[in-house]
Design a protein around this ligand. Structure first.
Ligand SMILES: Nc1ncnc2c1ncn2[C@@H]1O[C@H](COP(=O)(O)OP(=O)(O)O)[C@@H](O)[C@H]1O
Ligand SMILES: Cc1ncc(COP(=O)(O)O)c(N)n1
Length: 266
């Protein structure tokens, strides 16, 4: 069985973060492991508290996994602050990690800053060059490139620019624009777009976490980058179609092995 590691924050209500990642891994039939960077007190309405995990324990978690287990892919999500980013960078570098998907999580759907504003530079400097794939949403791509993104052409330019910052591939997610939900990949040579009709729902808590974990699972299974994204795009579209309300705010996406198996996605 393929083994996939998420390095991310815990979301107590289970819609995003480590919990979404592990559910996505299970639905893909890969074995999920986790390094927790921060614990959030979060529900569908917002983030009400954050406790960052010490650098020492983050380092310990990464080391004991890699010292013991062969890891087929790694996904990085919420990294909170500069010290967290540095310790992840310094520790991962000691190992032959592969298929590293970096989701540069900055602000939650509920508007909470999950990355301290002064840590953006460190994320760009330390994590982007390590990445096989970086998956920013529109706001994150704007912050990383320092340029406004209002449509397809801007997304294309941002993907090229993020590739030039050292990521092997860059996927700009269009979930926050209008019209179809279109994501744009730059692979160093060509631009490819991944399209799906926009689903009318409020329940999109954890969509970015789910997409990046699905891509990491598919890369671990040996799919090419384009196949991995194409399959993950189908997965997230279905997960949003089957999303549901669990509280008073933004509900989660759906992860159910049999649903995806029946749809021929696994
Ligand atoms: N309403 C929607 N309908 C269909 N796909 C969506 C919708 N919202 C987001 N997506 C897709 O979900 C994935 C995550 O995108 P996005 O929501 O932009 O990321 P994030 O959670 O990081 O803000 C992308 O593939 C995007 O195109
Ligand atoms: C621990 C954690 N990680 C990531 C997200 C981003 O997810 P979203 O953008 O859907 O709020 C989150 N809310 N919480």
């Amino acid at each position: 069985m393929k083994k996939v590691l998420t390095i991310a924050g815990s979301d107590s209500c289970g819609g995003a973060g480590i919990q979404a990642d592990l559910k996505t891994f299970s639905a893909h039939g890969v074995y999920g492991m986790s390094v927790i960077t921060a614990v959030t007190a979060q529900n569908t309405q917002g983030v009400f508290g954050v406790q960052d995990i010490s650098e020492e324990i983050i380092m310990n978690q990464i080391e004991v996994i890699f010292d013991d287990i062969e890891v087929d892919a790694v996904k990085i999500g919420m990294v909170s602050k500069t010290e967290t980013i540095k310790v992840i960078h310094d520790t991962l570098r000691k190992y032959p990690y592969k298929n590293l998907v970096v989701d540069p999580v900055m602000v939650s759907k509920s508007g909470y800053h999950l990355l301290q504003p002064d840590a953006k530079k460190a994320l760009i400097h330390y994590l982007i060059p390590m990445a096989t794939l970086v998956t920013p949403n529109i706001l994150e791509a704007e912050v990383i490139t320092g340029k406004r993104i209002t449509g397809y052409k801007d997304m294309e330019k941002a993907a090229v620019e993020i590739h030039q910052m050292g990521a092997q591939y860059a996927l700009i997610k269009g979930g926050h624009l209008e019209g179809d939900a279109m994501d744009i990949l730059f692979d160093g040579k060509n631009v490819t777009s991944f399209n799906s009709p926009r689903i009318s729902t409020e329940n999109t808590h954890g969509t970015g976490c789910t997409l990046s974990s699905a891509i990491a699972s598919n890369l671990a299974k040996g799919h090419s980058i384009k196949e991995a994204i194409e399959l993950a795009k189908n997965y997230i579209t279905m997960a949003i179609e089957h999303s549901f309300s669990i509280g008073k705010g933004v509900g989660p996406t759906h992860h159910f092995y049999q649903l995806y198996k029946n749809a021929g996605l696994l």
